[in-house]
Design a binder for this molecule. Structure first.
Ligand code: ATP
Length: 582
């Protein structure tokens, strides 16, 4: 696991480099907007106070025109700033999303909940957008305008400018630092609580039927309500702290204006200009107070930014040799002393596993639940990377193949295959885009689903529902199997291909599946069911990640051990089942 970069902002800024001109432009426009606002207040004050003395109108003309020009330009500048800022940031975000997806796609299968991963992906990438648009651009504008305001005030009275500078420093540095310090801890507690609440919502809706069946709805609701209550209390506390800091900001702007007025009066500044300084100070402090908001945003964004930066830092290295290209057809696979451990300190799921799978060989892996069979399939398809040993395809390590290369050589039916909310045809074409009806029919026949497809009024266009919900478990399994057969990778991995089928159907489907696999293609079959394995070249019995027995069915069934015991049990059970079957 890569370490989290210590300054995620730097990673973001590095990515933003190609758009730097646009971002600087947006920053300048934002500063222009704020400056126009400040100048508008100051000019309007001068105009009002001067007009009170009834001077000749021509002395006021420039100021009148300036007020109009500033009022209009403020709106125009704000609009162009938003346009320029969003244009730059949305371009950057497109890059960031593409990189994040590429990294995730090249990564082993996620170990976290899919919903959580997805929502994080969306909100974390948005953190990059917010960092630029809500933190950096307004902060840069506030700093620039504060400097201009102090410079302007210094032209009138250096002493008043000093008082203004102090006020602006407190508003733009001390208050933001205070706001960050006060909210950091609560903010850190908030994120996991929000995550837990999202998970509760998913569990309570998706698991409603099971919760009701076990009479656990009340308990689950109570736990979720408690977490929601804790979140609400935390948010109330954060809001109260936020209001206190905001109130301090208002107080500060009054105090700064008072100090500026007193120093200006003491320095003998003309009354009208004192008024201009007072109103200008209120406007300038308000602009500097934007930094409090920026700091608050920044605190909230840091966790998401760190996660995105960690993902981006993980950008997959191009495989050595640039990927030699994978031809369809036979391939040789070799496992050498492969060890997989899902967690440090946990027992290994695979423990020094070795196997030769030359082209055309058909091997079954059997063993008790938790023995490591699915882990083996995941290692072979590249979704789990072993911590020890190596797995090679045609002599090259699996990790040396590009993400899109490996599936051309190794693939098949993995545990919990996903069926898309689409037609039977579309689900099948995923296995081999462009396959004709004959090919679809051959694969579907081997999986034992062709009769069902033919019986449907819509045939290949039958829509299977969300996650294949309009199919029976067995039909879903057969559809996924047909898709794997259509893909016809050189190394076909079949994780429980006949799960959910009755014994007679399971035998038939396994036989036709093996028959439909082209000569020279190897097969790694994972199965709980030991019947029907007579045709396989070798059967491995796996237990706690190690091979405990190996051989052909005829030999294993003669030797005392797990295989024989299990085979006898299953055979007796199925004989009973078949005797009862009509
Ligand atoms: N994603 C995971 N995270 C942590 N541990 C895992 C994960 N997947 C599997 N394991 C652990 O690894 C071991 C092997 O699991 P695996 O799924 O490979 O066994 P299996 O033989 O396929 O079991 P089954 O026949 O029940 O499907 C088990 O102890 C399991 O708890």
């Amino acid at each position: 696991m890569n370490g989290t970069p210590r300054h995620p902002e730097r990673t973001v800024l590095r990515l933003a480099r190609p758009y730097l001109n646009r971002l600087v432009g947006a920053g300048l426009l934002a500063a222009g907007t704020e400056f126009a606002g400040l100048a508008l207040m100051a000019t309007a004050t001068w105009l009002l106070m001067s007009a009170a003395g009834r001077p000749p109108l021509d002395r006021l003309t420039v100021a009148i025109v300036a007020v109009r020009a500033l009022a209009i330009s403020r709106g125009v500048l704000r609009y162009t700033e938003r346009l320029a800022g969003h244009d730059a940031v949305l371009r950057l975000i497109t890059d960031v999303r593409a990189r994040v997806f590429a990294t995730l796609a090249a990564r082993p299968a996620p170990r976290q909940r899919a919903g959580d991963a997805l929502s994080r992906l969306v909100s974390d990438v948005e953190a990059v957008q917010d960092l630029l648009l809500r933190v950096l651009v307004p902060a840069a504008a506030a700093v620039l305008v504060s400097a201009v305001a102090v410079g302007g005030a210094a032209l009138v009275s250096p002493a008043a400018a000093g008082a203004l500078a102090v006020g602006l420093l407190v508003a733009g540095v001390a208050l933001p630092a205070l706001a960050t310090a006060l909210t950091r801890r609560a903010g850190a507690e908030l994120a996991p609580l929000r995550g837990a609440l999202a998970t509760d919502a998913v569990d309570l809706t998706h698991g409603a039927a099971d919760l009701a069946a076990f009479g656990a709805t009340g308990y689950a609701l109570h736990a979720a309500r408690e977490r929601a209550g804790r979140l609400a209390r935390l948010e109330r506390r954060l809001a109260a702290t936020g209001f206190a800091v905001d109130a301090a900001g208002v107080l500060l702007s009054g105090l700064t204006a008072g100090a500026v007025v007193l120093t200006a009066l003491a320095a003998g500044v003309d009354g009208v200009l004192v008024g201009v300084l007072a109103v200008g100070t209120l406007a300038a402090v308000e602009i500097a107070l934007a930094l409090v908001g920026a700091a608050r945003q920044w605190t909230g964004l840091r966790t998401g930014l760190a996660r995105v930066a960690a993902l981006l830092a993980e950008t997959p290295a191009a495989p050595a040799g640039g990927g030699a290209g994978v031809e369809p057809g036979p391939h040789a696979v070799r496992f050498e002393e492969v060890t997989v451990r899902y967690r440090d300190g946990a027992a290994p799921a695979l423990d020094g596993f070795s196997l030769d799978l030359p082209p055309g060989r058909r091997v079954a892996v059997v063993g008790p639940s938790g023995a490591g069979k699915s882990t083996l399939a995941a290692v072979l398809t590249g979704t789990v990377r072993p911590q020890g040993g190596r797995v090679t395809l045609d002599g090259r390590e699996l990790s040396a193949y590009r993400g899109e290369e490996l599936p051309r050589a190794v693939g098949g039916l993995l545990a919990e295959a996903y069926v898309f909310h689409a037609s039977v045809r579309e689900n099948l074409l995923l296995g081999r885009p462009g396959a004709g009806d004959d090919e679809l029919a051959a694969a579907t026949a081997a999986a034992g689903l062709l009769d069902w497809v033919r019986a449907q009024p819509a045939g290949w266009e039958t829509v299977v529902g969300e996650e294949g919900g309009q199919l029976s478990g067995g039909q879903r399994q057969r559809l996924a199997l047909a898709r794997a057969l259509l893909a016809a990778p050189g190394v076909l991995v079949l994780d429980e291909p006949t799960e959910g089928l009755d014994p007679a159907a399971a035998d038939a489907v396994l036989r036709s599946t093996l028959a439909a696999t082209p000569a020279g293609h190897s097969v790694l079959l994972i199965s709980h069911r030991l019947l029907g394995l007579t045709e396989l070249d070798e059967i491995l019995v796996l237990d706690a990640g190690r091979i405990t027995q190996r051989g052909r069915h005829a030999d294993l069934v003669e030797a005392p051990g797990w295989y024989r015991d299990q085979w006898l049990l299953q055979e007796a059970a199925e004989r009973g089942y078949l005797a009862l079957a009509p």
